[in-house]
Design a protein. Structure first.
Length: 402
């Protein structure tokens, strides 16, 4: 005879009125973030140990999805991955796919279905692992595909860019672009683990190394003044991509993002406040307006500059602090103007301003924009003045022509 669990229900009242029952439970989320070098060296146990720690029984099926931009720089990567898995009795290779890198990965809706089909055809289940190796856009795509197959296959992120290692890779969001908007389709599903391998940063083109630094400036401005001051001190070394300060930037920035997600009170963005998106309302729209000519980090740098100047014009941030932020971004090598900022619709309205409503719609609820009260301290506002945005744009334009 099977043994059940005893429980009782309160009877309905005699009048037969409907009653409200509240179902309440909590689920703890935890995942490891490892910092290492040369993950697919046979002597490096990081990946094997993480998978062994989550093992159920028998060899674990692992499927890899690799950013083609990484393969161009590391043509022997597939061979090394195959050899690594073959040397581990607890792992069985179940697919090795290559996908286009950059925003193109999130703009092609057919890629999602191709990944999902591959996972199913290779027999992956909820105890298997999908391992994404690539930049943030590829990891967003891979995480979404894993989260929506079998209602959730474990996914491990191996970020290969500064931006992915210090920001998006350690977050809990996955998604793709759709209907002309950034990240319109997606999930909040934490990874099983994240492995930041500094060897991938060595081969990264300079433009992509620089782009990732924008997120470090962002999180320093809203959460850590001392980190901002350190960035000022190291700006020249960072501008030439010196390894030691760049490694420190990535690690500290990642830890700040992790702290905000864990202790900010809203890891799955149920509310209307998103401090980690400082500078992003304009950045997301500018990426689309430029047809993704701009890297995400390059657009974020412009968005940071715009919202910092707006903070001064709105009387929130003391005059002169904006110049300090601009100088840091320029010393790091960012251009803070793009001609698409001036694009207008048939009525003469700046197309950039539509980014505010798109930002609100994406989140829902009230418009909530993070601005600056001081360097290292963010403040939330619910109204943006179009006139002041125009003045901030004019200020950036003038600075670019100076």
């Amino acid at each position: 005879m099977s043994q059940g669990i005893a429980f009782s229900l309160s009877p309905l009242d005699s009048a037969g009125d409907d009653r409200l029952f509240v179902q309440r439970f909590s689920v703890e989320h935890a995942f490891s973030v490892a910092f290492t070098r040369d993950i697919f060296s046979l002597e490096n146990r990081t990946l094997a140990d993480l998978i062994a720690a989550g093992a159920t029984s028998g060899p674990n099926l692992v499927s890899f999805v690799i950013d083609e931009a990484v393969l161009r720089e590391m043509p022997d990567l597939k061979r090394r991955i195959t050899a690594y898995v073959a040397a581990e009795p607890g792992m069985t290779l179940a697919g090795l796919m290559t996908v286009v890198g950059g925003e193109a990965a999130k703009n092609d809706p057919t890629l999602l279905g191709e990944l999902q089909r591959s996972f199913v055809e290779h027999g992956l289940d909820r105890h298997s692992y999908v391992i994404g190796v690539g930049g943030g856009a590829v990891l967003d795509l891979v995480g979404y595909a894993a989260a929506t197959t079998h209602r959730g296959i474990r996914h491990i992120r191996v970020p290969t860019t500064v931006l992915a290692q210090n920001d998006s890779g350690v977050g809990v969001k996955n998604g793709i672009n759709a209907f002309g908007m950034k990240n319109m389709l997606g999930t909040f599903v934490p990874p099983f683990a994240v492995i930041n391998d500094s060897a991938f940063i060595d081969i990264l083109p300079g433009r992509d190394k620089r782009a990732g630094m924008a997120e470090a400036v962002k999180v320093a401005l809203i959460r850590d003044r001392a980190f901002f001051e350190w960035l000022e001190e190291q700006a020249e070394a960072l501008a030439i991509f010196a390894s030691e300060p760049l490694d420190k930037l990535i690690r500290h920035c990642a830890l700040l993002h992790m702290r905000q997600i864990a202790h900010g009170g809203d890891p799955f963005e149920r509310g209307s406040v998103r401090p980690l998106d400082f500078g992003h309302w304009a950045a997301h729209k500018l990426e689309v307006l430029s047809d993704y000519e701009l890297r995400h980090g390059e657009a974020v740098a412009i968005g940071i500059a715009l919202d910092t100047r707006y903070s001064v014009l709105a009387g929130l941030l003391p005059e002169g602090e904006d110049l300090r932020v601009i100088r840091l971004l320029q010393r790091l090598g960012f251009s803070l103007w793009h001609d698409d900022l001036d694009l207008r619709d048939e009525s003469g309205q700046l197309l950039l301003l539509k980014g505010l409503e798109e930002f609100r719609e994406h989140l829902g609820g009230d418009l909530t924009i993070t601005l600056l009260r001081e360097l290292g301290v963010g403040v939330e506002v619910h109204v943006m003045d179009d006139r002041l945005i125009g003045e901030a744009l004019a200020w950036l334009r003038a600075g670019s022509n100076a």
